[in-house]
Design a protein around this ligand. Structure first.
Ligand code: ZN
Length: 378
Protein backbone atom coordinates (compact mmCIF):
# COMPACT_ATOMS: atom_id res chain seq x y z
CA UNK A 1 0.00 0.00 0.00
CA UNK A 2 2.76 2.38 0.99
CA UNK A 3 4.78 1.31 -2.03
CA UNK A 4 1.82 1.92 -4.34
CA UNK A 5 0.99 5.42 -3.11
CA UNK A 6 4.64 6.50 -3.18
CA UNK A 7 5.40 5.04 -6.60
CA UNK A 8 2.54 6.57 -8.56
CA UNK A 9 3.40 10.21 -7.86
CA UNK A 10 7.07 9.46 -8.66
CA UNK A 11 6.10 8.03 -12.02
CA UNK A 12 3.88 11.00 -12.66
CA UNK A 13 6.70 13.39 -11.79
CA UNK A 14 9.09 11.47 -14.03
CA UNK A 15 6.60 11.50 -16.90
CA UNK A 16 5.98 15.18 -16.41
CA UNK A 17 9.69 15.92 -16.46
CA UNK A 18 10.14 13.76 -19.53
CA UNK A 19 7.25 15.55 -21.20
CA UNK A 20 8.68 18.95 -20.38
CA UNK A 21 12.05 18.03 -21.84
CA UNK A 22 10.91 16.14 -24.89
CA UNK A 23 8.18 18.44 -26.18
CA UNK A 24 10.20 21.64 -26.49
CA UNK A 25 13.09 19.78 -28.09
CA UNK A 26 10.86 17.99 -30.56
CA UNK A 27 9.02 21.18 -31.40
CA UNK A 28 12.33 22.94 -32.00
CA UNK A 29 13.90 20.16 -34.05
CA UNK A 30 10.95 19.46 -36.27
CA UNK A 31 9.64 22.92 -36.93
CA UNK A 32 10.82 23.90 -40.39
CA UNK A 33 11.86 27.49 -41.04
CA UNK A 34 9.12 29.05 -43.11
CA UNK A 35 8.93 32.15 -45.24
CA UNK A 36 6.15 33.78 -43.28
CA UNK A 37 5.78 37.46 -44.08
CA UNK A 38 6.35 39.74 -47.04
CA UNK A 39 5.99 43.51 -46.95
CA UNK A 40 4.65 45.13 -50.12
CA UNK A 41 5.55 48.80 -50.21
CA UNK A 42 3.72 50.97 -52.75
CA UNK A 43 5.92 54.04 -53.20
CA UNK A 44 4.73 57.60 -52.48
CA UNK A 45 1.04 58.40 -51.76
CA UNK A 46 -1.12 61.27 -50.54
CA UNK A 47 0.61 64.63 -50.96
CA UNK A 48 3.57 62.87 -52.60
CA UNK A 49 2.57 61.91 -56.15
CA UNK A 50 6.01 60.54 -57.10
CA UNK A 51 6.88 60.71 -60.79
CA UNK A 52 4.30 62.40 -62.99
CA UNK A 53 3.59 61.32 -66.56
CA UNK A 54 1.42 62.96 -69.20
CA UNK A 55 -1.62 61.01 -68.08
CA UNK A 56 -0.81 59.50 -64.72
CA UNK A 57 0.91 59.75 -61.35
CA UNK A 58 3.36 57.19 -60.01
CA UNK A 59 1.57 56.88 -56.64
CA UNK A 60 -1.63 55.54 -58.27
CA UNK A 61 0.07 53.12 -60.66
CA UNK A 62 2.30 51.57 -58.00
CA UNK A 63 -0.57 51.24 -55.50
CA UNK A 64 -2.66 49.28 -58.03
CA UNK A 65 0.29 47.01 -58.82
CA UNK A 66 1.14 46.53 -55.12
CA UNK A 67 -2.44 45.52 -54.29
CA UNK A 68 -2.44 43.04 -57.18
CA UNK A 69 0.86 41.50 -56.01
CA UNK A 70 -0.61 41.13 -52.52
CA UNK A 71 -3.81 39.57 -53.89
CA UNK A 72 -1.82 37.01 -55.94
CA UNK A 73 0.21 36.08 -52.86
CA UNK A 74 -2.89 35.70 -50.67
CA UNK A 75 -4.56 33.55 -53.33
CA UNK A 76 -1.61 31.32 -54.17
CA UNK A 77 0.45 31.28 -50.97
CA UNK A 78 -2.22 31.47 -48.24
CA UNK A 79 0.28 30.67 -45.49
CA UNK A 80 2.32 33.80 -46.29
CA UNK A 81 1.20 36.99 -44.57
CA UNK A 82 1.08 40.12 -46.70
CA UNK A 83 1.73 43.43 -44.96
CA UNK A 84 1.18 46.65 -46.92
CA UNK A 85 2.90 49.88 -45.92
CA UNK A 86 -0.11 51.57 -47.49
CA UNK A 87 -3.24 50.21 -49.14
CA UNK A 88 -4.86 53.57 -49.85
CA UNK A 89 -3.77 56.98 -51.16
CA UNK A 90 -2.01 58.18 -48.01
CA UNK A 91 1.41 59.71 -47.31
CA UNK A 92 3.72 57.40 -45.36
CA UNK A 93 7.23 58.66 -44.39
CA UNK A 94 10.13 56.48 -45.57
CA UNK A 95 11.35 55.58 -42.08
CA UNK A 96 7.82 54.51 -41.10
CA UNK A 97 7.74 52.11 -44.05
CA UNK A 98 10.93 50.46 -42.80
CA UNK A 99 9.53 50.39 -39.27
CA UNK A 100 6.39 48.59 -40.46
CA UNK A 101 8.57 45.92 -42.09
CA UNK A 102 10.83 45.55 -39.03
CA UNK A 103 7.88 45.27 -36.64
CA UNK A 104 6.30 42.61 -38.85
CA UNK A 105 9.64 40.71 -38.75
CA UNK A 106 9.21 40.33 -42.49
CA UNK A 107 11.27 37.88 -44.51
CA UNK A 108 11.29 40.15 -47.54
CA UNK A 109 10.64 43.82 -48.33
CA UNK A 110 9.45 44.71 -51.84
CA UNK A 111 9.15 48.39 -52.71
CA UNK A 112 7.33 49.20 -55.95
CA UNK A 113 8.03 52.39 -57.91
CA UNK A 114 7.75 53.92 -61.36
CA UNK A 115 10.53 55.86 -63.04
CA UNK A 116 10.77 59.08 -64.99
CA UNK A 117 13.59 60.62 -67.02
CA UNK A 118 14.00 63.59 -69.37
CA UNK A 119 14.55 61.37 -72.43
CA UNK A 120 11.10 60.01 -73.39
CA UNK A 121 12.64 57.23 -75.49
CA UNK A 122 14.02 55.38 -72.47
CA UNK A 123 11.86 52.50 -71.25
CA UNK A 124 12.06 49.21 -69.35
CA UNK A 125 12.17 47.79 -65.85
CA UNK A 126 15.05 47.67 -63.36
CA UNK A 127 15.38 46.39 -59.80
CA UNK A 128 17.60 47.96 -57.17
CA UNK A 129 19.25 46.59 -54.08
CA UNK A 130 20.79 48.72 -51.39
CA UNK A 131 24.38 49.77 -51.96
CA UNK A 132 26.59 52.49 -53.33
CA UNK A 133 25.62 53.57 -56.86
CA UNK A 134 28.12 52.60 -59.52
CA UNK A 135 26.87 55.12 -62.06
CA UNK A 136 25.47 58.64 -62.08
CA UNK A 137 22.30 57.25 -63.59
CA UNK A 138 21.71 55.01 -60.56
CA UNK A 139 22.45 57.90 -58.21
CA UNK A 140 19.81 59.99 -60.00
CA UNK A 141 17.16 57.32 -59.37
CA UNK A 142 18.05 57.18 -55.66
CA UNK A 143 18.08 60.98 -55.39
CA UNK A 144 14.62 61.18 -56.91
CA UNK A 145 13.14 58.47 -54.68
CA UNK A 146 14.84 59.81 -51.53
CA UNK A 147 13.79 63.41 -52.18
CA UNK A 148 10.30 62.60 -50.84
CA UNK A 149 11.68 63.01 -47.31
CA UNK A 150 11.65 66.76 -47.91
CA UNK A 151 7.87 66.50 -47.59
CA UNK A 152 8.26 64.97 -44.12
CA UNK A 153 8.33 67.09 -40.97
CA UNK A 154 11.74 67.44 -39.39
CA UNK A 155 13.50 65.31 -41.98
CA UNK A 156 17.00 66.61 -41.21
CA UNK A 157 16.78 65.26 -37.65
CA UNK A 158 15.03 62.03 -38.58
CA UNK A 159 17.53 61.18 -41.30
CA UNK A 160 20.58 62.50 -39.42
CA UNK A 161 21.30 65.42 -41.71
CA UNK A 162 20.95 63.38 -44.91
CA UNK A 163 20.38 65.70 -47.85
CA UNK A 164 18.83 63.66 -50.67
CA UNK A 165 20.00 66.12 -53.33
CA UNK A 166 23.69 66.12 -52.34
CA UNK A 167 25.98 63.39 -53.71
CA UNK A 168 28.14 63.72 -50.54
CA UNK A 169 25.26 62.42 -48.43
CA UNK A 170 25.49 59.12 -50.27
CA UNK A 171 28.86 58.28 -48.74
CA UNK A 172 26.95 56.55 -45.90
CA UNK A 173 25.99 53.83 -48.35
CA UNK A 174 29.64 53.10 -48.99
CA UNK A 175 30.38 52.67 -45.29
CA UNK A 176 27.24 50.65 -44.63
CA UNK A 177 27.28 46.93 -43.96
CA UNK A 178 24.53 45.32 -46.01
CA UNK A 179 24.34 41.83 -44.55
CA UNK A 180 21.37 41.00 -46.78
CA UNK A 181 23.06 41.97 -50.04
CA UNK A 182 23.35 38.45 -51.44
CA UNK A 183 19.76 37.51 -50.71
CA UNK A 184 18.54 40.87 -52.02
CA UNK A 185 20.45 40.41 -55.28
CA UNK A 186 18.98 36.90 -55.59
CA UNK A 187 15.40 38.16 -55.35
CA UNK A 188 16.13 41.18 -57.59
CA UNK A 189 17.47 38.82 -60.26
CA UNK A 190 14.34 36.69 -60.00
CA UNK A 191 12.15 39.77 -60.57
CA UNK A 192 14.15 40.89 -63.60
CA UNK A 193 14.17 37.37 -65.05
CA UNK A 194 10.40 37.17 -64.66
CA UNK A 195 9.95 40.56 -66.33
CA UNK A 196 12.14 39.61 -69.25
CA UNK A 197 11.22 35.98 -69.79
CA UNK A 198 7.57 35.80 -68.77
CA UNK A 199 6.25 39.34 -69.15
CA UNK A 200 8.31 40.40 -72.19
CA UNK A 201 9.59 43.60 -70.60
CA UNK A 202 12.83 45.31 -71.52
CA UNK A 203 15.31 44.24 -68.82
CA UNK A 204 17.45 47.14 -67.59
CA UNK A 205 19.07 44.88 -65.03
CA UNK A 206 19.78 44.57 -61.32
CA UNK A 207 21.41 47.70 -59.91
CA UNK A 208 22.65 49.18 -56.66
CA UNK A 209 21.96 52.57 -55.15
CA UNK A 210 21.39 54.21 -51.79
CA UNK A 211 17.68 54.16 -51.05
CA UNK A 212 16.70 55.39 -47.60
CA UNK A 213 13.64 53.14 -47.50
CA UNK A 214 15.84 50.05 -47.87
CA UNK A 215 18.52 51.30 -45.50
CA UNK A 216 16.53 50.86 -42.32
CA UNK A 217 14.88 47.56 -43.12
CA UNK A 218 16.48 44.58 -41.39
CA UNK A 219 15.73 41.92 -43.98
CA UNK A 220 16.48 41.29 -47.66
CA UNK A 221 14.87 44.05 -49.68
CA UNK A 222 14.46 45.32 -53.23
CA UNK A 223 13.11 48.41 -54.94
CA UNK A 224 11.48 47.66 -58.29
CA UNK A 225 11.21 50.42 -60.86
CA UNK A 226 8.51 48.83 -62.98
CA UNK A 227 8.77 51.20 -65.95
CA UNK A 228 9.05 54.81 -67.15
CA UNK A 229 6.10 57.15 -66.91
CA UNK A 230 8.10 59.47 -69.16
CA UNK A 231 7.80 56.98 -72.04
CA UNK A 232 4.29 57.45 -73.51
CA UNK A 233 3.90 53.82 -74.60
CA UNK A 234 5.12 52.44 -71.29
CA UNK A 235 2.98 54.89 -69.33
CA UNK A 236 -0.14 53.59 -71.10
CA UNK A 237 0.94 50.01 -70.47
CA UNK A 238 1.46 50.70 -66.76
CA UNK A 239 -1.93 52.43 -66.55
CA UNK A 240 -3.77 49.52 -68.20
CA UNK A 241 -5.40 46.73 -66.24
CA UNK A 242 -3.52 44.14 -68.31
CA UNK A 243 -0.17 45.88 -67.93
CA UNK A 244 -0.57 46.12 -64.17
CA UNK A 245 -1.64 42.47 -63.94
CA UNK A 246 1.37 41.32 -65.97
CA UNK A 247 3.81 43.37 -63.91
CA UNK A 248 2.22 42.20 -60.64
CA UNK A 249 2.27 38.55 -61.71
CA UNK A 250 5.99 38.85 -62.55
CA UNK A 251 6.75 40.25 -59.10
CA UNK A 252 4.52 37.65 -57.47
CA UNK A 253 6.24 34.73 -59.23
CA UNK A 254 9.65 36.07 -58.25
CA UNK A 255 8.55 36.24 -54.59
CA UNK A 256 7.18 32.70 -54.85
CA UNK A 257 10.44 31.41 -56.34
CA UNK A 258 12.42 33.19 -53.63
CA UNK A 259 10.13 31.67 -50.96
CA UNK A 260 10.71 28.18 -52.40
CA UNK A 261 14.49 28.64 -52.41
CA UNK A 262 14.47 30.21 -48.97
CA UNK A 263 12.63 27.23 -47.52
CA UNK A 264 14.67 24.66 -49.47
CA UNK A 265 17.89 26.21 -48.24
CA UNK A 266 16.79 26.47 -44.65
CA UNK A 267 15.10 23.09 -44.36
CA UNK A 268 17.01 20.43 -46.18
CA UNK A 269 14.84 17.75 -44.65
CA UNK A 270 13.44 16.70 -41.33
CA UNK A 271 13.23 13.07 -42.43
CA UNK A 272 16.76 12.75 -43.71
CA UNK A 273 18.70 9.50 -43.62
CA UNK A 274 20.58 8.87 -40.39
CA UNK A 275 24.08 10.24 -40.30
CA UNK A 276 26.59 7.52 -41.08
CA UNK A 277 29.57 7.18 -38.83
CA UNK A 278 31.99 7.86 -41.70
CA UNK A 279 30.26 11.17 -42.31
CA UNK A 280 30.72 12.05 -38.70
CA UNK A 281 34.42 11.27 -39.10
CA UNK A 282 34.56 13.32 -42.27
CA UNK A 283 33.13 16.38 -40.59
CA UNK A 284 35.52 15.90 -37.67
CA UNK A 285 38.51 15.81 -39.98
CA UNK A 286 37.11 18.82 -41.86
CA UNK A 287 37.00 20.60 -38.56
CA UNK A 288 40.64 19.67 -37.90
CA UNK A 289 41.62 20.91 -41.34
CA UNK A 290 39.84 24.16 -40.78
CA UNK A 291 41.64 24.61 -37.46
CA UNK A 292 44.94 24.28 -39.28
CA UNK A 293 43.87 26.84 -41.85
CA UNK A 294 42.73 29.23 -39.16
CA UNK A 295 46.11 29.09 -37.52
CA UNK A 296 47.66 30.29 -40.77
CA UNK A 297 45.14 33.04 -41.33
CA UNK A 298 42.74 34.33 -38.73
CA UNK A 299 39.75 35.10 -40.95
CA UNK A 300 38.38 32.34 -43.10
CA UNK A 301 35.60 32.77 -45.63
CA UNK A 302 33.23 30.01 -46.71
CA UNK A 303 30.15 29.79 -48.92
CA UNK A 304 26.96 28.82 -47.11
CA UNK A 305 24.70 26.58 -49.15
CA UNK A 306 22.13 25.22 -46.71
CA UNK A 307 20.97 25.00 -43.14
CA UNK A 308 18.78 22.56 -41.29
CA UNK A 309 17.25 22.05 -37.89
CA UNK A 310 18.62 18.48 -37.98
CA UNK A 311 22.04 17.13 -38.83
CA UNK A 312 21.93 15.52 -42.25
CA UNK A 313 24.20 13.41 -44.41
CA UNK A 314 26.60 15.18 -46.77
CA UNK A 315 24.99 13.18 -49.56
CA UNK A 316 21.61 14.74 -48.95
CA UNK A 317 19.90 17.38 -51.12
CA UNK A 318 22.11 20.20 -52.40
CA UNK A 319 24.95 18.94 -50.19
CA UNK A 320 25.44 16.07 -52.63
CA UNK A 321 26.42 18.60 -55.30
CA UNK A 322 29.65 19.41 -53.47
CA UNK A 323 32.49 17.23 -52.24
CA UNK A 324 33.88 19.60 -49.61
CA UNK A 325 30.91 20.26 -47.34
CA UNK A 326 31.76 21.70 -43.92
CA UNK A 327 29.20 22.16 -41.18
CA UNK A 328 28.94 24.56 -38.25
CA UNK A 329 26.28 25.08 -35.60
CA UNK A 330 24.59 28.36 -34.83
CA UNK A 331 21.32 29.16 -33.03
CA UNK A 332 20.39 25.48 -32.78
CA UNK A 333 20.77 25.09 -36.53
CA UNK A 334 23.20 23.03 -38.56
CA UNK A 335 24.64 25.19 -41.31
CA UNK A 336 26.42 23.77 -44.32
CA UNK A 337 29.15 25.46 -46.30
CA UNK A 338 31.44 24.63 -49.18
CA UNK A 339 34.80 26.02 -50.22
CA UNK A 340 37.07 28.06 -48.00
CA UNK A 341 39.64 30.77 -48.41
CA UNK A 342 41.34 33.45 -46.39
CA UNK A 343 41.14 35.69 -49.46
CA UNK A 344 37.88 37.58 -50.00
CA UNK A 345 38.55 37.84 -53.73
CA UNK A 346 39.06 34.11 -53.99
CA UNK A 347 35.89 33.30 -52.05
CA UNK A 348 33.97 35.61 -54.42
CA UNK A 349 35.20 33.49 -57.33
CA UNK A 350 34.17 30.33 -55.46
CA UNK A 351 30.77 31.90 -54.73
CA UNK A 352 30.23 32.60 -58.44
CA UNK A 353 30.80 28.89 -59.19
CA UNK A 354 28.63 27.69 -56.28
CA UNK A 355 25.79 30.01 -57.35
CA UNK A 356 25.53 28.12 -60.63
CA UNK A 357 24.21 25.23 -58.53
CA UNK A 358 22.72 27.05 -55.52
CA UNK A 359 21.67 30.53 -56.69
CA UNK A 360 21.08 32.08 -53.26
CA UNK A 361 24.18 30.79 -51.52
CA UNK A 362 26.20 33.47 -49.74
CA UNK A 363 29.56 34.15 -48.09
CA UNK A 364 30.10 33.65 -44.36
CA UNK A 365 33.23 34.59 -42.41
CA UNK A 366 34.83 33.07 -39.33
CA UNK A 367 37.30 34.54 -36.89
CA UNK A 368 38.66 31.40 -35.29
CA UNK A 369 35.55 29.38 -34.50
CA UNK A 370 33.35 32.44 -34.19
CA UNK A 371 31.19 33.59 -37.09
CA UNK A 372 31.63 37.29 -37.84
CA UNK A 373 29.87 39.66 -40.28
CA UNK A 374 31.48 39.41 -43.72
CA UNK A 375 31.35 43.16 -44.20
CA UNK A 376 33.50 43.68 -41.12
CA UNK A 377 36.42 41.69 -42.48
CA UNK A 378 36.29 41.66 -46.30
ZN1 ZN B 1 9.10 56.37 -56.72
Amino acid sequence: MTLYTNTVPKIQVCLLLLFLFIIPLKAQDNSPIRFKTVVIDAGHGGKDSGAVGKLSQEKNIVLSIALKVGAYIKENMPDVEVVYTRSTDVFVPLDERAEIANKAKADLFVSIHGNSISNPKIYGAETFVLGLHRSEENLEVAKKENSVIILEDDYTTKYEGFDPTQPESYIIFELMQNVYLDQSIAVASLVQNQFEQRVGRHNRGVKQAGFLVLRKTSMPGILVEVGFLSNPKEEKYMMSEDGQSYIASGIFRAIRDYRDRFEARNNISVSSPALKSDHAKQSDSALDDSKKEKKASKILFRVQIASSSQKVSNEYGVLALFNDVWMYQENNMYKYTTGSSSSYKEICDILAEVRKKVPDSFIVAFDGSERVPVSSVE
